[in-house]
Ligand binder design. Sequence first.
Ligand code: SAM
Length: 361
Amino acid sequence: MPQKVISIRPESRLPGAKAPRYDGGLLADTLGRSMRDLRISVTDRCNFRCTYCMPREVFGADYKFLPHEAILSFEEITRLAGIFVGLGVKKIRLTGGEPLLRKGLPGLVAMLAPLGADLTLTTNGSTLVKHAQALKDAGLDRITVSLDSLDEATFRAMNDADFPVEKVLDGITAATEAGFSQVKINMVVKRGINDHQIVEAARHWRNEGNPGGHILRFIEFMDVGSTNGWRMDDVIPSAEVVRRISEAYPLEPVDPNYAGEVAERWRYQDGAGEIGVISSVTQAFCADCNRMRLSTEGSLYTCLFAQKGHDLKALLRGGASDDDVRDAIAAVWRLRDDRYSEIRTAETARKPKVEMSYIGG
Ligand code: SAM
């Protein structure tokens, strides 16, 4: 499905002139937010068809994924990432689609590692057994693995690819053995689908059976894209997740690691580690949002719920200098006023939005 992209060639922003030269000063958007995180989608393809993300009815056998020539090369990604780091980005997350489906991904990690940003990856874990060591050796700092249920039937139904739980758990073990500690485990919670697994997941990932100190994070089901049939009734608010777990294993709040951290932290009162909850629906965190997203084909999005992006690939392939690209990115950030989750209604949820597999989760 082609996504809507607008050009940010400097002359199209400011008729007859280039984007203003970035002066090296504090880069703040219209709401005073600074740029800190960059998420890079390295592929729009995935081997899962999670019903809440890439439903099979839409992403079926005849779905047209991006052709190879349309997607950014590793060199182009690395060049852009370096410019973003120069503008203040401290953390880079590789995502997708399923990032480990991109051939040679550890090679990209090795190219990005010298930039010095905190380098992380979000994966469904399906091929981690094969790739974990190479990723570690290439310089990846941290890994997040998505795992929506430990119950076999529930997990297979949610990934809609008949993929077994065991293989993802093996991937997490491989990551631990490769030297990744505190792997984040993402669990999207959908009412009536996997919410019966909340306490079971908490029990499993409490420290006693979790030598890597991995951290389970519950994500509210979101209205990303236009194809996942989102309804507010299907959302389990994080407050309910915390309450349900607390009834079995009492929790207490923990201070964030840094301002703008997406997950709210809670720890077990008995010292058995911590969990996170990501409440983008019921407790919007737009006020601190410091994230940019680079799509698989090189468009820049300033919000997960955006309807259009800004075409950086055209700049790169049109011969723009690093300074020109930097000025264009700075101009986009300075004009940014997104705060979708704060103004979400049933009406906005129905509007066409870019798909998460394309923009990067
Ligand atoms: N394939 C990788 C994976 O499975 O982690 C990376 C891409 S995936 C889009 C990134 C994260 O977004 C996953 O943790 C996934 O569960 C989450 N996600 C996708 N659609 C979502 C939705 N509608 N609501 C909440 N989280 C969602």
